[in-house]
Write a protein that binds this ligand. Structure first.
Ligand code: FE2
Length: 665
């Protein structure tokens, strides 16, 4: 007889253990063991966090181990079990690793491949396993659904009924016992939740805000009405995706030199030639129906904003037109107008930006796309595939957070529907239009920055940190995938990989060819670039647009969720009273604050970029690359911290130390 030493690791999660009887069968190239009961006298070997050792005996060596078969049986009551991994040492003294990281809730047989990553080469395996069967099973569990036509498809099912493998941990679940009332309680604002009164002075807003401030939200509350800070937010706020260099004024934005250079100190033509003029055009919002909140019609503008880079490298707004169509009752506001006219124009822009940003930059371009990437991965790549091993940590919690967002934010009685200018029908229209105009290149930060003409804009930390992160992620992905795909031919002939990208094209980008999203991969480089984008989108990009929500939105006048009066139709109409009557009422304000507070608060069980506590890879090469990836991220984090020491307002959202691996909040 020969003996195999079997070590079973149960996951260190709440309720991960089982008291059921666990059986294992080892499958090798030369034969199979008996199905063996793993048990210990007077012990419960499979409690949460347990590492338990057993012996499996066989008459002769099984050759190279390729598979284990696991099942559990109950005699009294069924309980779920979460095995993390199994290690087996053979009589030849070779150790085999079997990553699992799945909940086993039934009494069926479950098959787990040895950890070496493998592309399908068509060769059959001994035992009762096939890659195709694994995928067929997964496709029954993870089914596509259509939430609304014209937006990316999503997982079928409510948040509470999603498969165990993609559900929140108990810690996360407690934190996300998630409704805005929790946020209001934490912010000590619950008593104002039903108050439909208007603010009568800015001090009233300060009193609510005073209770919970972050260093950045405090800064924002002091600088929100400065022109330079208004411009700064287009680069380093939570929505760095709207601004682009302007080389010719749009026809519907007839700004003149006399309006903006009142002392003839320069001309728009010269300044555009010198690359100093920038445009933020919210045309996507044109005609989007505005919401009704607390029985009152709301207002959502589709502004055009012109900015100028000054000699001291500040980006300052020089003209604002609040509606797309130029007209006498749609004046172009400029900084030389009355203080209140100019401020009110800027507030309308900030509110438009909030609505576009939350729907497009945040929900669509990170959350909904990350869900599609995750769904396609779970349905099309078996666990042993190198791309599954690479990407599965970057899908953590994404399916559940999105199901919750649909139920708690976007549904008929969701917070967004109740308290944002575009809530309800408008929100769906913005999502549809954003997807319609989305391009692959805009998801890849090096191309996006170049296309928007922003390569040499000073003090643009989102770009500086984002490009470095892209490069670090790209090097990592290139090294790992390059190890498994030596030639373009191997990429072209990997049917599982090709189905993965095609499903993304079809279910995420609705087969819109003009997006430029690949329908297939023909080269290793194409695949590496796309996978880089997938990791960047779910980690860095989501952090850039998510983490600062309370920092920039906690002080409501800087990011009003809605506007309650129409914009002035002529200059000279604005006043402090009109501004206060235009801003959201108390109830809308505190619900907005509670929501952005919840959505940007750090979680106790975050897993940060490049950290892989679940050991899906077991070979030396990818493990070495993971180590190098972590080292590069650590260095970038130190560099960003050093840079931030010199800034009056640090830019922290792309510090790898705060970026989570996945869209999880
Ligand atoms: Fe988010």
């Amino acid at each position: 007889m020969v003996q195999y030493d079997v070590t079973v690791f149960t996951g260190d999660l709440a309720w991960a253990g089982t008291s059921n009887s666990v059986y294992i069968k080892l499958v090798g190239t030369e034969g199979e063991s008996e199905r063996t009961h793993l048990w210990k006298l007077l012990h419960t070997p499979f409690h949460s966090g347990a590492k338990s050792e057993f012996t499996v005996s066989c008459p002769t060596s099984l050759g190279d181990l390729v598979l284990i078969e696991l099942d559990k049986q109950s005699y009294f009551h069924d309980d779920a079990w979460y095995p993390a991994k199994v290690e087996v040492t053979s009589p030849e003294d070779k150790t085999y690793h079997f990553p699992i990281y799945h909940w086993i809730t039934d009494i069926e047989m479950h098959y787990f491949r040895e950890g070496t990553a493998k592309i399908d080469d068509g060769s059959p395996l001994p035992g009762g396993y096939s890659r195709q069967q694994e995928l067929e099973q997964e496709r029954k569990v993870y089914c596509w659904d259509i939430y609304e036509e014209g937006i990316p498809h999503c997982i079928k099912g409510k948040a509470a009924s999603l498969p165990d493998d993609v559900r929140f941990s108990i810690t996360k679940k407690k934190e996300m016992a998630y409704n805005y009332v929790t946020g209001l309680v934490e912010l000590e604002l619950l008593e104002y939740a039903e108050c439909k009164k208007k603010f009568t002075c800015m001090d009233g807003i300060s009193r609510l805000f005073f209770l919970h401030r972050t260093p950045i939200s405090e800064y924002v509350s002091h600088h929100w009405d400065d022109d330079a800070f208004f411009g700064y937010q287009y680069l380093n706020g939570v929505n760095p995706l709207v601004i682009r260099r302007c080389t010719a004024l749009p026809e519907n934005f007839p700004v003149t030199d006399q309006m903006v250079f009142t002392h003839s100190q320069s001309s728009l033509t010269d300044e555009m030639k010198n690359g100093n003029i920038f445009l933020c055009d919210y045309k996507l919002l044109d005609g989007v129906p505005a919401n009704t909140i607390n029985g009152k019609k709301q207002y959502l503008m589709a502004p055009l904003v012109l900015l100028w880079k000054t000699n001291n490298d500040e980006l300052t707004p020089i003209a604002i037109q609040l509606k797309q169509k130029p007209a006498e009752d749609n004046p172009i506001f400029v900084p030389t107008d009355s203080k209140d006219d100019w401020l009110l124009a800027k507030i309308f822009v900030r509110s438009a930006d909030f609505n576009l940003y939350e729907l497009s930059a945040h929900l669509l371009r990170t959350h909904l796309l990350a869900e599609v990437f995750a769904m396609s991965l779970l349905r099309n790549l078996p666990m042993v595939h190198p791309l599954y091993k690479l990407l599965i940590p970057h899908t953590r919690y994404t399916l559940q957070i999105n199901a919750l967002a649909r139920e708690k934010l976007m549904s008929e009685d969701g917070v967004f529907t109740q308290f944002a200018a575009c809530g309800g029908e408008g929100a769906i229209q913005i999502l549809q239009r954003s997807l319609d105009s989305l391009t692959y290149s805009s998801l890849c930060i090096p191309e996006d920055i170049a296309e928007r003409g922003l390569n040499d804009v000073p003090n643009f930390y989102y770009r500086d940190d984002g490009l470095k992160l892209w490069e670090i992620i790209h090097s990592f992905v290139s090294a790992v995938l390059g190890h498994y795909y030596e030639t373009d031919d191997e990429v072209q002939h990997d049917a599982e990989l090709q189905t993965w990208i095609h499903d993304i094209y079809e279910h995420g980008f609705l087969s819109k060819e003009r997006t430029g999203i690949p329908q297939e991969f023909t080269t290793v480089d194409e695949m590496v670039k796309f996978v880089t984008m997938v990791i960047f989108t779910g980690s860095a990009q989501h952090s850039a647009v998510n983490t600062g929500q309370y920092d920039f939105g906690g002080w409501m006048p800087n990011y009003p969720t809605s506007m309650e009066l129409p914009p002035p139709t002529k200059k000279g109409d604005a006043s402090e009273t009109r501004i206060l009557n235009t801003l959201p009422d108390v109830s809308t304000t505190v619900h907005g604050m509670g929501t952005v507070w919840l959505l940007s608060r750090p979680s106790a069980d975050s897993v940060f970029l490049g950290h892989y506590p679940n050991e899906h890879f077991s070979e030396e090469f990818p493990l070495q690359k993971i180590q190098e990836f972590q080292d590069a991220l650590k260095k970038l984090s130190a560099d960003i911290k050093d840079r931030n020491k010199k800034l009056s307002l640090p830019y922290t959202y792309l510090d790898p130390g705060v970026i989570e691996n996945s869209v999880s909040i």
